[in-house]
Write a protein that binds this ligand. Structure first.
Ligand SMILES: [Zn+2]
Length: 503
């Protein structure tokens, strides 16, 4: 199990990825007959041409690209823009409202993001196709944002466009929330959308966001693809450690310098890791996987109480599985001194901490201070704190609906709830619902996982097609199946905003 989980967990580090296993010829066979598929490929290609790189400091400098993309989407999805309400939130994010026929049902929110990460200047020449041209070649759409996360923006809107063409009207209100700064924390985008909804008194039934994905060929002995649904996410905190000294010439140093004290503090932290713990989500993951694996694993998991220590010890042996069972901390930035013969007056370190669900900022700081055990090391919070998410329950109709939707699109996949070690825009919606699902509808493998935020980011036509199918299904499964056709009599059709055509 250790090895299997380790391999599985390699895939936990990515947010969106694609499937390169199927041959290109097959994609073309599947799609060449479908005019709609060609159209939507062009829509994604056009979307890539807007260089919507997010920024904490100078977002207004990039207004042209974001506003250009807004206008582009309006042209590409005319029905959506005719029948849904669209609001620009904090200038650059978009909130669409598709009003349902039954106002007593709580709305569902589908979240994606418009922004992308920049192109590293060192890697510019390694791109086989210009990252912002949206070129279509070899069965793929190429460019920054194809995998993360513009394919989902396009797929969600295309799903709605197609449903509108079929005169679909949801019973339950649906929001599409597209943030403009997910890659830098999402505080100005999703954060503001969430605040706006809260100010309107909205409580959500569920949020569906990016996160984990369908992983294939990764567990020996498990033949199925695994559709990993992020039902919990770790928290994120940076602490700054500062030690101040007298400075002076390095030929006559005092007994303890800021660098020495800081180094000792870091070593103490390293030697005192947080205690291992199995949170309910990881327990669920292990349960489902063990049910598909060999006898001794099955036995150990079934008698968890007896084997708890042994299971935890096994998981702790590997850095990836270790991250699932405890709060992890790692120093990421060290700063002190700039001249070889001058004692620095200040030495600082930033510690990045990924907080396991069940702990919080206070318990973490307490552990850090206690481990360092030295008042000369000052500890303060650096930047924004994201608490660990609440755990999404899986014994709900929503999880069952998602499960069946995944099965429709990926019939070979086994759905597995899992802990997501990263953070996406969904962290901003925890005030509106306990039901947050972090799942990107695409198949990942070792190779494709590497392309996220990387050179030659690209997505296959087949993945895009499946993604549209997935959201068409998800909307119908969670917001009412063909409400218009089912409940509206012909003579009432004129009262609908879009009528009932094409009978
Ligand atoms: Zn993303």
């Amino acid at each position: 199990m250790n090895k299997s989980l380790r391999i599985l967990l390699l895939f936990f580090l990515i947010t969106t990825v694609t499937n390169f296993k199927k041959g290109i010829a097959q994609h073309l066979l599947v799609n060449v007959h479908s005019n709609a598929a060609h159209l939507v490929v062009d829509k994604l290609a056009g979307c890539i041409q807007y260089e919507t790189i997010s920024s904490v400091t100078d977002i207004h400098n990039n207004a042209e690209n974001f506003l250009g993309l807004h206008n582009y989407l309006a042209t590409a999805f005319p029905l959506v823009h005719q029948y849904l309400t669209r609001e620009a939130v904090n200038n650059y994010s978009l909130l669409y409202t598709w009003t349902g026929t039954n106002s007593s049902l709580k709305p569902v929110l589908i979240s994606a993001h418009l922004d992308v990460v920049p192109i590293e200047s060192a890697s510019e020449n390694d791109w086989r196709h210009d990252p912002f041209k949206g070129e279509i070649a070899d069965g793929y759409i190429w460019g920054r944002g194809t995998m993360d996360d513009k394919y989902r923006v396009i797929a969600i809107l295309e799903a709605a466009e197609r449903l509108l063409q079929q005169n679909y009207q949801p019973e339950r209100t649906i929001y599409f929330a597209f943030g403009h700064d997910e890659e830098v924390g999402g505080y100005e985008g999703a954060g503001q959308i969430s605040a706006l909804l809260e100010s309107r008194g909205v409580a959500l039934e569920a949020v569906f966001d990016e996160g984990l994905a369908v992983a294939e060929d990764i567990i020996p002995g498990v033949e199925e693809q695994l559709a990993l649904v992020g039902t919990a996410a770790k928290g994120n905190l940076n602490l700054k450690l500062t030690v101040t000294g007298e400075g002076g010439h390095s030929s006559m140093p005092p007994l303890e310098t800021p660098i020495a004290l800081l180094s000792r503090a870091l070593v103490r932290l390293h030697d005192k890791p947080f205690k291992p713990r199995m949170i309910p989500t990881t327990r669920e993951t292990v349960n489902v996987l063990a049910s598909r694996m060999g006898g001794k694993y099955k036995f150990a998991v079934r008698h968890y109480g007896l084997f708890e220590n042994r299971i935890l010890k096994m998981l702790a042996q590997d850095q990836a599985t270790n991250a699932l069972i405890r709060t992890k901390m790692a120093p990421t930035i060290l700063e002190a001194g700039d001249k070889y013969n001058v004692l620095p007056r200040i030495a600082t370190a930033i510690i990045n901490i990924r907080i396991l669900n069940g702990e919080d900022i206070n318990s973490v700081i307490k552990h850090v201070k206690k481990s360092i055990a030295d008042d000369r090391v000052q500890v303060e919070v650096f930047g924004k704190y994201t608490p660990p998410s609440p755990v999404t329950p899986t014994d709900t109709w929503l999880y069952a609906a998602l499960n069946s939707t995944i099965n429709k699109t990926f019939p070979d996949a086994l759905v597995v709830p899992a802990l997501f070690p990263g953070a996406t825009d969904s962290k901003h919606y925890t005030n509106l619902t306990p039901n947050i699902f972090r799942f990107a509808p695409q198949v990942v493998n070792r190779e494709s996982a590497k392309l996220v935020h990387n050179v030659n980011e690209r997505i296959s036509v087949d993945v895009l097609r499946k993604c549209i199918q997935f959201y068409e299904n998800l909307i119908q499964t969670t917001c009412g199946i063909n409400a218009a056709q089912k409940f509206v009599k012909k003579n009432e059709a004129a009262a609908l905003p879009f009528g009932v055509n094409g009978e």
